[in-house]
Design a protein around this ligand. Structure first.
Ligand code: NAD
Length: 279
């Protein structure tokens, strides 16, 4: 069994991103990622900080726009609209959770596809589903990058995804399907979760529930990607998969697995946007 460390993958992506970012700067273009945040949620703040730190290390300008945690839809919409029209902005990330009463669907369409570096808008999701060029949600792409790096074969194999969110579960399932895996999606209403997960050659867990997947829920020799990020009472970051699963299966660590690859891909997508927008 192997520890599927995300850090070497993240490192390789960031090195390339930094070289390209420096080249753009020399040509007078400052690659800029705008992050709109309107919450005091600790996990969201932690995620934004980690993107900013990674951006800085890669010579990408991260512009954090902090709105009040009771901002109304029109205020957030106006901000997204001006970022959409600003030629100095190459990527836009709308951080969740949003203030109470703000409906995300009223906002995501305001992010133009070419700046939608986390593949969050309905247009990006549609393009992705149709196999047309679009940014995939970075977390979903990170899962595939990890499987690719560790040379996990996918065609014809059984993949089980736990979680069906727009930003993780569904796009991961779609990307696995595109690589010819046979995919099952489980969710909060699935009966007998373990019966499904035990069939998996590749198990991707993105539920946000500590200890959801136990030793007995995993087939020996499986490859398990733990997307979950949960903060424990003593302020530690843990995934959804029990640690002893690593005794029988290849497992991504939390932290240090999907997370650093995701942030690197956000930056890589921003540079792809720079390329498209400045051509
Ligand atoms: P979400 O809350 O939108 O979705 C959770 C999904 O899990 C739902 O589809 C739900 O049906 C399913 N689920 C919940 N309880 C379940 C149960 N008992 N059995 C089976 N399925 C169950 O969350 P999300 O945005 O998809 O994120 C999932 C997790 O991944 C969270 O912990 C989040 O913090 C983490 N995450 C990590 C990264 C990263 O870069 N590492 C990025 C995004 C999200």
């Amino acid at each position: 069994v192997r520890l599927l460390d995300g850090k070497p993958i993240a490192h390789a992506i960031r090195q390339k991103v930094q070289q390209q970012a420096v080249a753009y700067r020399e040509a007078g273009i400052i690659p800029t990622l705008a992050i709109v945040i309107a919450t005091t949620d600790a996990q969201a703040a932690w995620y934004v900080r980690s993107i900013c730190k990674a951006a800085e290390a890669c010579d990408i300008n991260a512009l954090v726009i902090e709105l009040s945690s009771d901002a109304k839809t029109d205020v957030i919409a106006a901000e997204l609209g001006s970022l959409a029209n600003d030629p100095t902005i190459h990527g836009i990330l709308l951080q969740t959770p949003l203030p109470d009463g703000v409906v995300i669907d009223d906002l995501l369409s305001l992010i133009p596809s070419e700046k939608d570096i986390d593949g969050a808008s309905p247009a990006s999701a549609g393009q992705l589903l149709y196999g047309l060029p679009a940014f995939a949600p970075a977390t979903a792409e990170a899962v595939l990058k990890i499987l690719e790096y560790y040379e996990v074969p996918l065609p014809g194999r059984r993949a089980v995804v736990v979680g069906r969110s727009r930003i993780v579960g569904k796009p991961v399932a779609h990307l696995l399907l595109e690589r010819d895996a046979t995919v099952t999606i489980c969710h909060s209403r699935s009966r007998d979760l373990g019966e499904h997960t035990r069939t998996a050659d590749i198990l991707v867990v993105a539920a946000g529930k500590i200890g959801l997947i136990q030793h007995g829920d995993v087939k020996s020799g499986a490859v398990v990607v733990d997307v979950g990020t949960n903060v424990t009472e003593d302020n530690k970051l843990v995934g959804d998969v029990a640690a002893d699963v690593a005794e029988i299966a290849d497992l991504t660590p939390v932290p240090g697995g999907v997370g650093p690859v995701t942030t690197s891909l956000i930056l890589q997508h921003t540079l792809i946007s720079v390329d498209k927008l400045t051509k």
